[in-house]
Design a protein around this ligand. Structure first.
Ligand SMILES: N[C@@H](CCC(=O)N[C@@H](CS)C(=O)NCC(=O)O)C(=O)O
Length: 275
């Protein structure tokens, strides 16, 4: 049985899938005890179990169920960076939809890994590789695709005011996350390379976005995509610029973020510095 696991691991290593322990990833210390289910293996196990149950009509049903489950085994692969707020947004969405066990994770440095551009001409994370080898990119699109895989879709309301409202919040939060990323990059430049006024501009976008979120604070309870994007933005802000004191003048947003941060989808996707 362990042979199956070893073979799957070496196949995983060959394909470059990140083996870091990660709850969103199927290879965790818990699953390391178990053989990796393959379609054939699951069908065989299901068949043997059905024979043992001495109830022949169940065998076919169980085989079909096993094959169906096996066909979801890493049907999708998310190319991600652990520092990216956009990749985190997708991972939070996958968790909230209960789809993270169908999505493998491949850690990649978008700046240096040439494999990414073959899938996504922009060479950005997140990029979602589908089972047929095609790819989807742009976090908003990936989240909407994931939502369409869930039953029922939950993150993107049907066309109407609720949809426009949450898409606007997503756009605001994504733009603010981009500004925070550019501010972080700007501050790492040597003084001679910094463009005057750039830091202020990014900081203004971040501050104004926080103010807008404070005025129209996301509700407690199950999130829509705009709420997830807001959480990803604020999580990134706290990760890159700890102790900035944004909370002092945004008490409602601060309270909402504290509650949201305790969701499993947040706890299992926390940012980690690039290693
Ligand atoms: N609008 C894109 C933004 C993605 C993005 O900017 N990703 C960054 C990492 S946070 C990246 O891959 N940068 C590499 C590059 O710009 O070449 C989305 O929502 O997915």
């Amino acid at each position: 049985m362990n042979g199956l696991y070893d073979r799957a691991l070496s196949k995983q290593a060959r394909s470059g899938v990140d083996a870091a322990p990660d709850k969103a990833h199927n290879f965790t210390p818990e699953t390391a005890q178990k053989p990796i289910p393959t379609t054939i293996g699951m069908i065989r196990e299901s068949f043997l179990a059905s024979m043992a149950a001495d109830y022949a009509p169940c065998a076919l049903t169980r085989c079909c169920a096993a094959a169906r489950r096996a066909s979801h085994w890493h049907a999708m692969k998310l190319w991600y960076a652990p520092t990216s707020p956009f990749a985190r947004k997708v991972r939070i969405a996958a968790h909230e939809l209960g789809l993270s066990n169908r999505m493998g994770l491949l850690k990649v440095d978008p700046w240096t890994d040439p494999r990414l551009r073959a899938l996504n001409p922009l060479a950005k994370v997140p990029t979602l590789e589908l089972s047929d080898g095609s790819a989807l990119y742009e976090s908003a699109l990936i989240c909407e695709y994931l939502d369409a895989q869930a039953e029922p879709p939950r993150l993107f309301p049907a066309p109407g005011p609720a949809r426009w409202h949450t898409l606007l919040r997503q756009g605001l939060a994504d733009g603010a996350a981009a500004a925070a990323g550019r501010l972080f990059a700007e501050r790492r430049k040597p003084d001679s390379e910094r463009v005057p006024g750039m830091e202020e501009r990014f900081q203004q976008a971040i501050d104004a976005a926080l103010d807008a979120l404070e005025k129209d604070v996301p509700p407690f309870g199950d999130p829509l995509i705009g709420d997830i994007a807001a959480a990803a933005f604020i999580g990134y802000l706290d990760f890159r610029f700890p102790g900035t004191g944004w909370r002092a003048t945004r008490l409602k947003l601060s309270a909402w973020f504290d509650v949201f941060s305790a969701r499993p989808s947040m706890l299992e996707t926390t940012h980690r510095a690039a290693s």
